[in-house]
Write a protein that binds this ligand. Sequence first.
Ligand code: NAD
Length: 436
Amino acid sequence: MNITIVGTGYVGLVTGTTLAEIGNSVYCVDIDEKKVEAMKNGVVPIYEPGLEEMFLRNIQAERIFFTTDLKEALEKSEVIFLALPTPPGEDGSADLSYVLKVANDIGDLMTEYKVIVNKSTVPVGTADKVRDTIAAKTDIPFDVVSNPEFLREGFAVEDCMNPSRVIIGSTSEKARNIMAKLYQPFTNIGVPIINMDERSSELTKYAANSFLAVKITFMNEIANFCEKVGADVDLVRLGMGSDDRIGHRFLFPGIGYGGSCFPKDVKALLNSGKQEGYDFQLLDATENINKTQKVILVPELEKYFGGNLQGKKIAVWGLAFKANTDDIREASSLDNIKLLLEKGAQVVAYDTIAEENVRKILGDKITYAKDMYSALEGADALLIATEWPEFKNPNFSLMAQKMINKAIFDGRNMFPLELPEQNNFFYKSIGRKLVT
Ligand code: NAD
């Protein structure tokens, strides 16, 4: 099939590449000229494991193309995916201006029937808004489908090639049939398609992300309480997760959730609730708890240094909001760094994958280390903000040689409790031991 993807970010580029991989011709449209030029030259603009190889293979096979010209792409495709940003507006509601602008352009440019598929995460009722926007511009028939995306950054290629389910929100039989044909290579291997109306589909995405944010936050609270009562959250987590009704995933406590999705989607659902006169108390609490949780180790650092972080050199391992991505949107590392700087500390950060993105925000307010050990040179303490695998089994003797003071504040519970202590480090993690 011939497909257009509008927006080549984490969702659009991975969706486009995997759809090309299964034999479709994919036209990727983006307004960012530099990005399009780079992609035409075989440069992948994001870090996503496994993407580059697949991307280059499909460029070579002439199944994926890049352009800034929406008209050119539309003419060649029947199915148009929107993978556009929906960032939070000032009141927390999802900003639909990107989606509606492109809907407007499609209305202007389309010359024959199209299926417009919304992959962006959007509030209930957006399919209607997209439909109205296009219909105001043209009499040519078209359908609007809600097809939310559930990929995880860091596993995006794997998730797009092996989705757990495909949600199709559409009441048009014609559009459903086209979508079924498009997803046939997946349904063929057992991936279920769940058909529903547009509104239920739109809400499914917010409900799924908000539920996961609540699950993480619940476990963070249990971890905080473990510290009060001298329980070990690792044992509680294993005990809880062994119940099939709960499961082991998303029970790992830490310094809060970040990223481009959970914070924004919780905010947007809260806001949708407000607009409908519904008070999502659970989501309100989740958002507030997460804000505090993200920087929960800073008071611990202060306490350790007798209430004063002025002039202390803090090494930060990990800047990405989670491992295996260069995405730093709403990353806990940033909240911690900002607070540490406010309190007069100096920060040396290490994260080769996410460093470039952080430099764009923090510039030379902090320094950047080339490797995890050089970040520790002369450091008074180490703060771990991202669970990159390379941090799992470090050389503690080398760390001890580099650091002025042997203290680790671990926001991602990377080490067995006894390991840093055996190496004579002060070690504070989340929910695993009462430190007085
Ligand atoms: P992103 O910011 O990485 O990418 C968006 C792209 O759209 C950018 O390349 C931007 O230049 C382009 N763009 C903006 N306006 C445009 C226009 N008028 N025409 C063409 N291109 C335009 O965003 P993302 O992370 O891929 O997210 C896209 C949507 O998918 C959001 O609604 C998000 O909530 C949702 N989503 C994201 C993820 C994720 O893990 N990132 C997962 C599931 C769903």
